[in-house]
Design a protein around this ligand. Structure first.
Ligand SMILES: Cc1cc2nc3c(=O)[nH]c(=O)nc-3n(C[C@H](O)[C@H](O)[C@H](O)COP(=O)(O)O)c2cc1C
Length: 195
């Protein structure tokens, strides 16, 4: 057993979209002994995030809630893949809300969220309609900087082009990149000012 456990967090607000298709193409290349878990945020809706960081102690989210499922799955993952379409040049709202919950988990007693996630690897997969990939830089920056803040490794973002569902399967360059994406080096993430 490799001991690696990949969690794919799907952030599209539609089923069977381009982002998931591209993520599945990349995941096909993972060795058989690597565990894969796929969770669609649309299927496990999180309530609006409320910032209680400075009000009171956090408690673990109640068993059976979407937050508990996502927290437990996140804590169990050695490799966390944020698979979000490009929405307004950044991550989707569903994805952003999941990341906002991390801020609460950082204050939740007993889980040591930051220390647990440190050294693990964050990856990104994103579909976008725009032809020029550079417009996805804000999404890449969000994930890179979040990984840097958490002391995580960062594997980068696999981008694919498409507007309607299935379009990404015509992006042959993206499909080629998908074949080796998860074999990349994953350096510790650094903020841009760290050089
Ligand atoms: C709310 C919304 C915002 C979007 N914003 C962008 C954008 O800023 N840039 C872009 O290239 N495409 C944008 N798109 C297009 C999607 O990125 C594109 O359709 C992508 O294939 C959707 O991925 P999915 O099939 O995994 O849902 C947007 C789509 C939606 C619904």
């Amino acid at each position: 057993m490799s001991g690696r456990r990949f969690l794919f967090v799907l952030g599209s607000s539609r089923a069977d979209g381009n982002t998931e298709l591209l993520a599945r193409k990349a995941a096909e290349q993972l060795p058989a002994d690597v565990e894969q878990r796929w969770i669609s945020l649309a299927d496990h809706p999180l309530p609006d995030f409320v910032d209680q960081r400075h009000d009171s102690d956090h408690v673990r989210p109640p068993a059976g809630s979407s937050a508990a499922l996502l927290l437990d799955a996140t804590l169990a993952a050695t490799d966390l893949v944020i698979a979000s379409p490009l929405y307004w040049y950044s991550v989707s709202g569903l994805t952003k809300r999941y990341l906002d919950y991390w801020s609460g988990w950082l204050r939740t007693p007993g889980i040591d969220f930051k220390a647990t996630m440190a050294g693990r690897t964050l990856w990104g997969v994103a579909a976008l309609a725009h032809q020029e990939a550079v417009v996805a830089d804000p999404l890449i920056g969000t994930l890179n900087n979040s990984a840097a803040y958490m002391g995580m490794r960062f594997g980068g973002v696999l981008l694919g082009n498409g507007s309607g569902p299935g379009d990404v399967l015509n992006d042959t360059d993206a499909l080629t990149r998908a074949k080796t994406f998860f074999a990349r080096e994953t350096p510790l993430a650094r903020f841009p000012y760290e050089g």
